[in-house]
Design a protein around this ligand. Structure first.
Ligand code: AOS
Ligand code: ZN
Ligand code: ZN
Length: 388
């Protein structure tokens, strides 16, 4: 199977947003290993993200995290990004690291704490107004550890109330995307544990509120592509946080743990109209590189998404429809597997070269000397905010 011109045209517009925090040091609660050359400022994170785009032409924007990427002058930060060939993207809020949020943020029983969390989101919207960002991504650490610790129903009501106040401030060209996660840091219940909760909360808000699907936020064995199909059907799939997992919220390189799952997800994205220039579904990575180098880790990630998208585009939909019509179980399955097993890498490398890019972006980056330069220049790079 070869990647034809029509498929290449569809691949040309692919854009995968990079998270600024992927370039910072990260780790587990046992240890955060430092990587030489780690960025010390938001500008250095953006410069590193720009490297990924330079070698792949796949990642034209960088997601910010407030307060980790807080600066005095967002116009200047935007101009810095543009100078490096990228744009500022999704703004991620943070209500999980202040002591005041120990028992919740937007769901907290104390109205003063809730207001503080709401105000933080207003601040994020102010940032979006300056950066021109479309999406405010809300992920909450809210939840409880023990039965009885909180009133699950009351927390849900308070969440709805807080989100409505935030949504009121979201501009006409902006969106609120609500991410769900079934556990962690709370272990008994999480206030937005699943797509159904996120869907019901955002549906109550309005058209510009959507669900964010983080591929690492489901129980083992969950059929994630089914959720993708359902959310697209409902018109509520706003964005993806791509990563992969073996066990919990591992935040490993997307497509590393289960390439077949990534293929199946992307097939449903395409099938449901969530891919291409007319789609508003945002592709973003949400990853941490604990032991590997961060820039090549991100390059590998966007290439994995591109390769699996190409394979998913190779599915012979006409033949598949016929096989399904005839209840040809094995025939239909073989059509999917043929596309999945197609090695698209040589075709993609040749296509890259035809566009003036290196055929092998990993190799080209390694040979560029950038890693050595930042390792020599930057001392005392920052932690992304995770781990430790
Ligand atoms: C946390 O588990 C979530 O995946 C968040 O999407 C994300 O990692 C965070 O918002 C970064 O601040
Ligand atoms: Zn996420
Ligand atoms: Zn996560």
């Amino acid at each position: 199977m070869t990647v034809n011109a029509e498929t290449l045209l569809l691949l040309e517009s692919q854009a995968i947003e990079l998270p600024s925090w992927a370039f910072g040091n990260s780790g587990t609660r046992f240890k955060v290993f430092g990587t030489p050359g780690t960025p010390r400022t938001p500008q250095e994170k953006i410069a590193d993200a720009a490297q990924v785009n330079q070698y792949t032409a796949l990642s034209p924007s960088v997601a910010l995290h407030i307060p980790w990427d807080k600066v005095e002058d967002y116009d200047a930060l935007g101009a810095f990004a543009e100078d490096h060939g990228v744009k500022l993207g999704t703004v991620n809020s943070n209500t999980f690291q202040d002591d005041v949020y120990k028992f919740g943020s937007l769901t907290h029983i104390d109205p003063k704490v809730r207001q503080r969390a709401i105000d933080h989101h207003f601040e994020c919207i102010d940032v979006m107004d300056q950066t021109g960002s479309r999406d405010l991504k809300v992920w909450l650490a809210d939840g409880t550890n023990y039965p009885g610790q909180g009133d699950i129903r009351g927390r849900q009501d308070r969440l709805a109330d807080s989100l409505a106040k935030i949504y009121d401030r979201v501009g006409a060209n902006q969106r609120l995307v609500l991410e769900y996660k079934f556990f962690e840091p709370a272990f008994y219940h999480t206030d937005v544990p699943d797509w159904g909760t996120s869907y019901s909360q955002v549906s109550a808000l309005g058209d510009r509120a959507m669900v964010c699907l983080d591929t690492g936020h489901h129980a083992p064995g969950t059929n994630i592509e089914f959720i993708v199909a359902q959310l697209l059907r409902l018109g509520k799939l706003g964005s993806f946080d791509f990563n992969s997992r073996f066990y919990a919220d591992d935040d490993l390189i997307v497509g590393a743990a289960d390439p077949f799952q990534l293929f199946r997800i992307l097939y449903e994205v395409i099938r449901g109209g969530g891919y291409g220039p007319d789609s508003t579904v945002a592709f973003m990575l949400d990853q941490c590189h604990n032991v590997e180098e961060k820039i090549p880790g991100q390059i590998r990630s966007v290439l994995n998404v591109q390769e699996m998208t190409a394979r998913a585009l190779l599915v012979d939909n006409e033949a598949l429809a016929t096989a399904q019509m005839n209840s040809d179980v094995l025939g239909a399955n073989a059509i999917m597997m043929d596309a999945f097993y197609a090695d698209v890498r040589p075709d993609l490398a040749a296509w890259r070269e035809s566009r003036g890019l290196a055929g092998d972006p990993m190799k080209a980056y390694a040979a560029s000397g950038y890693q050595e330069k930042i390792s020599a220049d930057r001392v005392g790079g920052t932690q992304a905010g995770w781990g430790a």
